[in-house]
Ligand binder design. Structure first.
Ligand SMILES: [Fe+2]
Length: 438
């Protein structure tokens, strides 16, 4: 039985259709996306792609018709076919030039201010993007609102959820995408397709990400607890496009790895009432590991009088009603993290990986218990639908295999409202409240 279930899971995780195609160099600038800077730096980063690296910068200001401020010159990153660690990503019929990925940190922004901005270069062959805008800091003095999901993919892979996200975005302060992002898996042009698809969202709201197996998995990865579920799901990318294309505000990864030095492996940010943490389930998180030590220090440092809610996100789940419940790797993660979640009173844990929506009670060790967080699998953002449900345990309060997007609103220090918007019929299919004691 175990063998049957595991093989079914693995087939499902690699069932996405591979699309081979070509793309041309980028001109004018495109694929803009925002992320918060670290608390020490303060402000917002703007990242985009253009066909050259010349003198890129951001024009910005508080009026759409007067972008009077000029940012520092952008730094840039890129990657070549030689940076891909395996096949098919390193095949000439799969790799295309991604362009230059430019990055600007906008510092000293005023909390509560809306900023208008455009990115690009004075170079004649490049020019500037359309004028976008974002609100810096929480949109409300009282509440904090965020969206969370995983497992999306470009429209060529699954369902394009941009329309649903845009329909609910006006009061949203931050988006958490908990891994499995574009599903390029070695088909480089799909990264560009995904960033262009999601650009109306990512140019408006800070967009925070963590690694999924489809960005990183490879046989020579630095963390590989057992044989079953850490395989070749990145298609030879080994996290390189993910690392170069995003700019998360984490500490640099010290571990010897494909991504040593990356700031996109684990990070946290404070937004209004919520402390958000994102971590890589693809890297070592066992007791004493770099991620574990960082996580405990981070949890200890949260001022709960200011940020009463703690929301944690990682890609691989350890509570769910599919085969993941019996995969040993995930039991290892649960044993490592659950005591920390209880000790530091984490309120909500977001997972992806299962292409479904599943939500538990507050729980500890497979029993409903208010000492633990709510576990919410939100792998329903548009990638393929996946494996069937197993039996429904008592702690599973709601589940669906439809596509959909979750929106969370912390109304105050004790009440968080959650709505899961079903993409099939544009209705709220799951509404619930997470309560916490003062
Ligand atoms: Fe996954």
């Amino acid at each position: 039985m175990l063998v049957v279930l595991l093989s079914f899971c693995l087939c499902a995780s690699s069932s996405v259709v591979h699309v081979v195609g070509t793309t041309t160099n980028v001109t004018p600038p495109e694929q803009g996306h925002l992320a918060l800077l670290s608390a020490e730096d303060g402000g917002m980063s703007v990242t985009w792609v253009q066909h050259n690296s010349n003198n890129g910068y951001v024009r910005y200001g508080t009026s759409p018709t007067a972008l009077s401020e000029k940012s520092v010159l952008a730094t840039y990153k890129t990657y070549t076919i030689k940076d891909m660690c395996g096949s098919p990503a390193n095949k000439t019929d799969h790799f295309v030039n991604p362009g230059y990925i430019l990055y600007v940190p906008l510092k000293n922004l005023i909390n509560g201010q809306r900023y208008y901005y455009s990115f690009g270069s004075d170079d004649n062959n490049t020019g500037f993007s359309p004028v976008y805008n974002f609100h810096f800091g929480p949109k409300s003095n009282e509440t904090t609102t965020f969206i969370g999901y995983g497992d999306m993919g470009a429209a060529s892979i699954g369902k394009n959820s941009t329309r649903v996200i845009l329909s609910m975005i006006d009061d949203v302060d931050i988006i958490m995408h908990v891994g499995d992002i574009s599903y390029a898996m070695g088909n480089e042009h799909i990264w560009g397709d995904w960033f262009k698809m999601i650009e109306p969202v990512t140019t408006k709201i800070p967009y925070h990400v963590c690694l999924g197996n489809h960005e990183y998995d490879w046989p020579t990865q630095s963390f590989k607890p057992l044989l079953f579920t850490y395989m070749k799901d990145s298609g030879g990318e080994c996290g390189v496009p993910y690392d170069r294309r995003f700019n998360m505000p984490g500490p640099k990864l010290k571990l010897k790895d494909f991504l040593t030095g990356s700031r996109n492996i684990y990070h946290s940010v404070n937004v209004g009432l919520v402390h958000f943490i994102m971590l890589s389930s693809e890297h070592n998180m066992t007791k004493g590991s770099e991620q574990y030590i960082w996580l405990e220090n981070d949890l200890k440092s949260v001022d709960r009088k200011v940020h009463p809610w703690i929301v944690f996100g990682q890609h691989r789940p350890y509570y769910g009603t599919t085969v993941v419940r019996i995969i040993p790797e995930y039991a290892i993660m649960r044993k490592v993290f659950e005591p920390l979640f209880v000790k530091y009173k984490v309120d909500l844990v977001l997972f992806g990986h299962i292409h479904q929506y599943q939500r538990t009670c507050r729980m500890v060790d497979h029993k409903c218990n208010d000492a633990g967080p709510v576990y919410n699998v939100v792998g329903s953002a548009g990638a393929t639908t996946q494996v069937p449900f197993l039996w429904k345990p008592k702690w599973m309060e709601f589940r669906s295999d439809d596509f959909g997007i979750s929106k969370f609103k912390a109304w105050n220090h004790t009440h968080m409202e959650v709505n899961w918007f079903n993409d099939r019929n544009d209705t709220v299919s799951d509404k619930y409240w997470i309560l916490r004691e003062l």
